[in-house]
Design a protein around this ligand. Structure first.
Ligand SMILES: *[C@@H]1O[C@H](CO)[C@@H](O)[C@H](O)[C@H]1NC(C)=O
Ligand SMILES: *[C@@H]1O[C@H](CO)[C@@H](O)[C@H](O)[C@H]1NC(C)=O
Ligand SMILES: *[C@@H]1O[C@H](CO)[C@@H](O)[C@H](O)[C@H]1NC(C)=O
Ligand SMILES: *[C@@H]1O[C@H](CO)[C@@H](O)[C@H](O)[C@H]1NC(C)=O
Ligand SMILES: *[C@@H]1O[C@H](CO)[C@@H](O)[C@H](O)[C@H]1NC(C)=O
Ligand SMILES: *[C@@H]1O[C@H](CO)[C@@H](O)[C@H](O)[C@H]1NC(C)=O
Ligand SMILES: *[C@@H]1O[C@H](CO)[C@@H](O)[C@H](O)[C@H]1NC(C)=O
Length: 424
């Protein structure tokens, strides 16, 4: 009796398990003619393990992003997108056409994006367990890979070749192309740049490996280390080494909207890593203090114009000086505006007595001086700025008096600075 019941159970499992697993495998090849519509947030083509998915994600009320994301973590972190600068609305569709093109069309049918695989013999598409979405031929040779056209993130097993770049998104919640770039230039130098937003052109480099002539490829290897190699494979620069188990943690490296390149890890589940929060935490952040690294003659600095940047363990914090407030609270990098009416330049109504100095210690500005005086007293510097309708900030240090006008740039604070500075 007992034995026959066990035998029955054994057969039962044998019979239902086999078709299930083979189904799960075949279902990962996306055949020509397949499509997904942007209707709600949960239609996608998952990878065999289910850890990554390709499909539409709704971005607030703004529309849909055709994206790849970590599919087994609560916040379903997006790692790639096709239409970051051009969200589509409900009813948009992505189709793997019968002639092997992967095309995104908006709700009116207009083409918004396509994978650059024209003229090749695409036989199917697949969302791989690495997070790479591929178009392949009948020989399973990849003809197009999302890994070759990254947006702001790279994943383990992904490489960045010469001219390969990551572009930060605009804000935490706005995925469109932002103000910072990570690029392996064709000359071999690996850099972090501020850009001349809204253009892509580089402005100020705040991280550089100086590997001109030798830098060949950035590798995020299977074990989770990120490094720059020469053509012969030797490591030229370690960007980040891995210190956690690949079995228990997801990993990614993202150039985030604040300009920091972060190599972050996320526990795969509660059980496997007791005590660690189910969230992304950075292993490495580059550079370590962006506030003091970005100081171009052109541009606002790591924060926006008229703001002050300070760095804590989470990254740069942008603040407005007294008398100023954020232009856009949801986009602090846009900078600060004056809350008061500027001093009149009319000679008759010298408004000197209507203004006062807000004294600020441990604060530093770079660039944008329009007058410089040496061997003067602090009070002379104050009076000179108060009597000058162009003067917004006076910096006094060791007998030197510098005057700055609006907008002032590259403002940062650091408790170890001892210079005595003042602003009006
Ligand atoms: C996907 O399609 C290719 C080419 O037809 C085939 O070789 C491969 O076995 C398929 N993969 C799966 C998981 O079905
Ligand atoms: C997808 O979302 C819709 C509405 O948001 C919901 O009704 C449906 O159950 C979801 N399907 C799955 C498979 O989660
Ligand atoms: C597939 O591989 C075979 C043998 O290597 C080759 O003859 C054929 O041209 C390949 N087909 C495609 C579509 O690349
Ligand atoms: C995101 O930011 C860009 C750049 O400022 C802006 O043009 C775009 O409208 C924003 N997108 C959304 C959905 O707010
Ligand atoms: C990845 O790189 C690290 C650092 O160089 C190395 O120790 C490790 O063996 C590499 N892993 C693989 C799979 O190549
Ligand atoms: C590899 O290339 C680098 C940079 O060109 C060079 O310094 C190094 O000596 C080379 N190593 C070997 C083993 O050839
Ligand atoms: C993690 O643990 C919390 C509390 O024990 C539980 O509510 C949650 O569902 C768990 N999440 C996962 C992914 O296991």
């Amino acid at each position: 009796m007992m034995a026959s019941a066990l035998l029955f159970l054994f057969c039962f499992f044998l019979i239902i398990l086999l078709p299930c697993t083979s189904l799960a495998q075949t279902s990962t090849n996306i055949s020509l003619g397949s499509s997904l519509a942007a209707l709600n947030d949960n239609l996608s083509w998952p990878s065999p393990s289910g850890e990554f998915a390709f499909g539409f994600r709704q971005i607030g009320k703004d529309g849909f992003l055709l994206a790849i994301w970590f599919n087994k973590i609560p916040d379903r972190t997006i790692v790639w997108s096709a239409n970051r600068n051009d969200l589509v609305q409900e009813g948009a569709k992505v189709e793997l056409t019968s002639d092997g093109m992967l095309v995104l069309r908006n709700s009116e049918g207009g083409q918004v994006w396509s994978a650059n695989s024209a003229g090749t013999e695409v036989a199917y598409a697949a969302m791989l367990d690495t997070g790479n979405f591929v178009l392949a031929n009948t020989n399973s040779t990849n003809l197009w890979e999302s890994f070759d056209v990254p947006t702001d993130t790279i994943l383990p097993t992904q490489t960045l070749n010469q001219n390969g770049k990551l572009f930060a998104r605009y804000t935490e919640t706005n995925y469109s192309q932002g103000r910072f770039q990570f690029i392996l230039q064709s000359d071999g130098n690996l850099l972090l740049y501020t850009t001349r937003f809204p253009l892509e052109s580089p402005n100020f480099a705040y991280y550089a490996t100086m590997t001109m002539g030798t830098g060949f490829q950035v590798i995020f290897n299977k074990s989770g280390s990120i490094y720059l190699t020469a053509k012969n494979g030797s490591i030229l620069n370690m960007v980040s080494s891995n210190t956690v188990s690949m079995k228990n943690f997801y990993q990614k490296a993202t150039l985030e909207y604040d300009g920091i390149l972060r190599h972050s890890v996320h526990p795969k589940s509660n059980g496997s890593s007791a005590g660690t929060p189910l969230a992304w935490s950075p292993l490495t952040s580059e550079p370590s203090d962006i506030c003091f690294r970005v100081e171009g003659d052109i541009g606002s600095g790591a924060c926006g114009y008229n703001s002050l940047c300070s760095y804590n363990d989470k990254g740069p914090v942008c603040q407005c000086p007294d008398g100023y407030s954020f232009i856009d609270l949801n986009d602090k990098l846009k900078g600060c505006k004056q809350n008061f009416i500027s001093q009149s330049c009319d000679e008759a109504s010298s408004e000197t007595n209507l203004f006062y100095f807000q004294e600020m210690q441990n604060t530093k500005w770079y660039g944008g001086d329009y007058e410089q005086f040496t061997s003067v007293q602090e009070d002379w510097c104050r009076q000179s700025c108060l009597g000058d309708c162009f003067c917004a900030v006076a910096v006094f240090n060791n007998g030197e008096c510098l005057k700055k006008r609006i907008p002032f740039s590259n403002g940062r604070m650091n408790p170890v600075l001892v210079e005595k500075l003042s602003s009006k």
